[in-house]
Every structure is written in structure tokens, then in C-alpha cells.
Design a protein around this ligand. Sequence first.
Ligand code: NAP
Length: 263
Amino acid sequence: MIKVLVSGACGRMGQAVVKAVMEDSELQLVGAVDIVAGADAGELVGMGKSGVIVADDLAKAIDETKPEVMVDFTRPDVVYGNAVLAVKKGVSPVIGTTGLSDEAKAELEALAKEHNTPVFIAPNFAIGAVLMMLMAKQAAKYMPEVEIIELHHDKKLDAPSGTALQTAAMISEVRAKHQQGNPEETEKVAGARGANVDGMHIHSVRLPGYVAHQEVIFGGLGQTLTIRHDSLNRESFMPGVCLACKKVRGLSGLVVGLDKVMD
Ligand code: NAP
């Protein structure tokens, strides 16, 4: 049994993780942390008493519950601090919170090596989304004219999504430098063409009703190809989160992307 602490346990994703960990026979929920403390984590997610009370002090919770893995679904502005604290205490972070900068990731990698405590980050824990990214990378070799549309619920704090950025990074590995669109185009309204990442345009839609969705659209002579993934609910991320909890201690340094731990 791998001992797991969930950081952000009362949030939308955190609650789904608490439930998934409690349901997984190879994982043991030992700790839960959030801003609002005091509730029984199991009762919070409708699973009955778990004996794990949500705490509001991560350092103290780690010392008391001695987890091997900390799953973090909090906020872009707190995830780095949580991960540093965990690594320094020998606890492996499994990070779902998006919005970590490249500098923060580089610092986490150095810290992971220094403390011999592996760190895992997945911009998207849904297996289908990972396949979408791998297929997009494959398609971009043959159809390099591409734009990305990502659609999320309107409570999301960061834009573009971590998945869109990861998709662009993977496409950039195989696509020659290229500015998408007419070289002479001008925006009549700032932002009309979306974010520009390595010449690829990313468009972020935020509306109630959505969970997490993405389309990668390729254009060619007389044809388009659309690769689309839809997460219809937060359960879609849970097999990936549980898999990462089981694999992270066997990794080394910082590993980014669920595809790295899929057999
Ligand atoms: P959410 O509902 O706002 O949950 C975040 C939770 O963390 C809230 O309960 C929040 O409390 C709590 N929190 C804030 N600061 C904290 C701290 N210092 N320590 C512990 N807990 C703290 O957000 P969400 O929808 O679950 O999303 C969380 C993150 O996961 C976002 O970055 C989102 O983009 C990402 N995400 C990733 C994936 C993936 O597959 N990688 C999938 C979905 C979402 P308050 O509400 O009181 O601030």
C-alpha cells in the first residue's frame, strides 16, 4: 500500500482524488490538506468516515501522517511552495495543478535530484488527452499548419491550459519554426488571434458547462484534420492520478507527462 496525502482535498479535483485513492486497493489515504480544515475526508466525498481529518498545515500534516506521495490539485500560486516542502521532507509530489513556470520546474528538478525524491507532473491526467497529444505530434510531421482551441469551465485560473502548452511543446519538437497565419495579418482587437506559442496560436474558451476539452486543428491543401478530446467529468483524470501515485517512487528527478509512466 502506497501512503498518499491529498493537497487541495476539498477542491473539485481534490475531492475526486480522495475518493479514487480510497477506492484503490494499492493506495492508502493517510492525509488531506486544504484551506478549510476539520472535516473527515471520506465523509466529505460521500464515502463514510475515513479517520483522515482535513488539516490546514501541510508541513505538520506530512510530519504526522508520513505519506510517500503528495497529490497536489491546489492553485497555480501555491503548488510550487507545496512541492518544495514535500520534496525537502522526502515525499514525492504528483502534481496536477497547472500554471507552474519553466523556471519553477527547473528548480523542482534540481531539488528532486538533491533530495533523491522524484517529482511527477502531468498537465493532463486523462489517458485520452495524452493520446490526443501524441497523435497531434505525429500529425504535425505531415501537416505543420496547426492551431489549438482549448475549452474549460469558467473557474479555471490559468490560460492557456497546461495541456495546450504541452501540446504546443510536443508539436514544436517535430515542426520547423513557422508563424501560423498571414505574415501581414493585423489584429483589429488585441488578442483576436489568441496566444502565440512558437508561432502556433492557442485560443482559450472559458464557459460554465465545460470540464476540459481541446481541439487541435491541422490545415492542408483542400483539407483539415481535427483531433479532439473531451473530459466529460473529473473521474476521467483518476486512473491517471492513481497510476502516477504507484509509479512516481520508481522515477528519478522530475518527470513530466503521463505518457512517461504508461506501459
Ligand atoms: P479548486 O476547486 O479551486 O480546488 C483547489 C483547492 O485547493 C481548493 O479547495 C482551495 O481552497 C485549495 N487550496 C488553495 N490553497 C491551498 C493551499 N495552500 N494548501 C492546500 N489547499 C489549498 O480547483 P480545481 O478545479 O480542483 O483545479 C485545481 C488545479 O488542478 C488547477 O490548477 C487546474 O487547472 C488543475 N487541473 C489539472 C488537471 C490535470 O489533469 N492535470 C485536471 C483538472 C484540473 P480555496 O477554495 O479555499 O482557495
